[in-house]
Structures are given as structure tokens and as C-alpha cells.
Design a protein around this ligand. Structure first.
Ligand SMILES: Nc1nc2c(ncn2[C@@H]2O[C@H](COP(=O)(O)OP(=O)(O)O)[C@@H](O)[C@H]2O)c(=O)[nH]1
Ligand SMILES: [Mg+2]
Length: 273
């Protein structure tokens, strides 16, 4: 393999039978990981590599999550620890969901875990071949998540059939796009322009009748998108304001589905310029 390939680590997590191993195999275009219900316990992660558009992907399947009684249900903490450890070592996570079972609280918990580790998450609904009306399902899912998952703008949504190889490549392409977004460097004028746009809209949330405003924003050079936001208040930025700013920011810069960290800095003297 040539060394000028850019590297991407990707792991597939999700409930048993969601189709993780099927997807893993399809991505690798070869049969490595056992598929089906009579799966023997494998403590180690299954890992392999493949090339796609000048990128070298290292892919992880998570057979450990399959052990329904021991790890999955009764020993949630241990399971979470294992997953957390894996998630910390990769850049991208595919959370696979069986369309028939649909998304559950457990999936949201896993998604939260990934977001907490500041990794990009792809919520991938699998087995769309089993649906009568795929379009309807997509619309309903989107609407449901918009309403019920506050971090909706932080996730990527996809609908595939791992078995039939439908839309799998589109997930890979999205991951490559996502990687580019994560490396975005926003210029000072861009950030200033964003603040001006917010000022014009003048829809800052009011907290106890006081309008909290961002005074300026700076990007800090880090592996991820990281910004310091200075606000016009001596107090800690209220949650409502943090969410408002993050959503506006993501919409303005079209940064959907990538992890961003905002550090809100209160002013010593909010009335100073
Ligand atoms: N209809 C359908 N079945 C699928 C698809 N992907 C996986 N399966 C089936 O779902 C079952 C569980 O798949 P497996 O990959 O072992 O799931 P894992 O437990 O998440 O690794 C197997 O019977 C697969 O054939 C799909 O896209 N469509
Ligand atoms: Mg499996």
C-alpha cells in the first residue's frame, strides 16, 4: 500500500443483529467476520483495512456487543467502558440501527457517548430492503430526530441495506466530506461576518430579560473544530444561549454532523468593548 494515503479509523457499533458484521464484510469486499445468529464469543475487536479514494480505512467490527446477557444487558457499565475505549481511538463511528427495530433509548445513549468523545457519528439505518415505503421511513425518521434529539445537527443520517450493498458507498463519501469539514479553518472575517449576521437577526435569547450576546469568536488550532466564544456577561453562559449559538453557527457555516467544541468565556467587564 502506498504511504501517501490519508488514514481514517472507522468503527461500527450498534445492537446485536443490526447488521454490523454484514456491513463490515461488504466494506472489505471479503468475508472475514462471521454473520448470523450463532456467533461465538470473540473478545477481541475484529479489524481490517481497505482503500477508498486515496484513503486507507482501518475498520473495526464490535463483536463484543453481541453478548446479549453478559455484556449487553446486565453489565451495561462494562459494555460502555469497552465501547468508550474503542471510540476514543477512532475518528468516525457508524452507529447501526435495524429499521425494523428502529431507534431506541440505548441507541441515543451510544450516540451521546460518541459525541462526548468528540467524534463524528453516522447514524445509519440498515435493512431498508425490508421497508415497504423507504421514502416515508426516511421522512418520519428525520422528523422524529429533529423533535426528539437535541443534538440533531451534530449527527449524520444515512439509510442503507448492507446485505444488498445499497447506499454503502454514499456513507463512505460522506465520511470523506466530513473529514474535510473537520479540518476547516475559518478566517477572522468569516467569524466576524457570522456575528454581524446574528446581530442583524437580533434574535438572541433573553435570560431574565437580559440579552446574552457573543462579543467575539476565535478559532483555536486543534485536531477538532474548537472555538472560544467571548460573551457580554460576567456569568456563565446559559444553556439556552449555548445551544442557540451552536445551532446558528452550524447553520451559518454548514457544519452539520461534525464535532465542534465551544468554550464560552465570560467577560470581567461586560460593558467594555
Ligand atoms: N434484510 C436484511 N438483512 C440484513 C441486512 N444486513 C444484515 N442483515 C441480516 O441481519 C442478521 C444479523 O446480521 P449481522 O451482520 O450478523 O449483525 P451484527 O450482530 O450486528 O453483526 C443476519 O441474518 C443478516 O443477514 C440488510 O441490509 N437487509
Ligand atoms: Mg457481528
Amino acid at each position: 500500500m502506498s504511504s501517501n494515503l490519508s488514514k481514517i479509523d472507522l468503527c461500527i457499533i450498534g445492537k446485536p443483529n443490526s447488521g454490523k458484521s454484514t456491513l463490515f464484510n461488504k466494506l472489505l469486499k471479503k468475508y472475514i467476520s462471521n454473520v448470523g445468529s450463532q456467533y461465538g464469543l470473540t473478545q477481541n475487536l475484529i479489524k481490517d483495512q481497505f482503500e477508498f479514494k486515496n484513503h486507507l480505512f482501518t475498520l473495526y467490527d464490535t463483536p463484543g456487543l453481541r453478548r446479549k446477557n453478559k455484556i449487553y444487558d446486565t453489565n451495561e457499565e462494562k459494555r460502555n467502558k469497552e465501547v468508550t475505549k474503542l471510540i476514543k481511538n477512532v475518528e468516525f463511528v457508524i452507529l447501526l440501527i435495524d429499521v425494523i427495530e428502529n431507534i431506541t433509548k440505548q441507541d441515543f445513549r451510544l450516540a451521546d457517548l460518541v459525541l462526548k468523545s468528540q467524534k463524528s457519528i453516522f447514524l445509519v439505518f440498515n435493512k431498508i430492503d425490508l421497508l415497504d415505503d423507504q421514502l416515508k421511513f426516511k421522512k418520519q425518521t428525520q422528523q422524529f430526530l429533529e423533535k426528539n434529539y437535541s443534538k440533531y445537527l451534530t449527527i449524520n443520517l444515512d439509510f442503507i441495506s448492507a446485505k444488498n450493498d445499497t447506499k454503502i458507498l454514499s456513507v463512505l463519501n460522506k465520511i470523506l466530506k466530513n473529514k474535510k469539514l473537520i479540518n476547516s479553518k475559518l478566517s477572522k472575517p468569516d467569524l466576524k461576518n457570522f456575528l454581524n449576521t446574528l446581530d442583524k437577526k437580533n434574535k438572541y435569547p433573553k435570560i431574565k430579560n437580559i440579552e446574552i450576546r457573543p462579543k467575539y469568536i476565535v478559532q483555536i488550532n486543534k485536531q477538532i473544530l474548537y472555538f472560544k466564544v467571548f460573551i457580554n456577561s460576567k456569568n456563565k453562559a446559559p444553556k439556552l444561549f449555548c445551544r442557540f449559538l451552536e445551532n446558528s453557527f452550524r447553520n451559518h457555516f454548514k457544519l452539520k454532523g461534525v464535532p465542534i467544541v465551544f468554550d464560552f468565556i465570560s467577560s470581567k467587564n461586560p460593558f467594555a468593548n
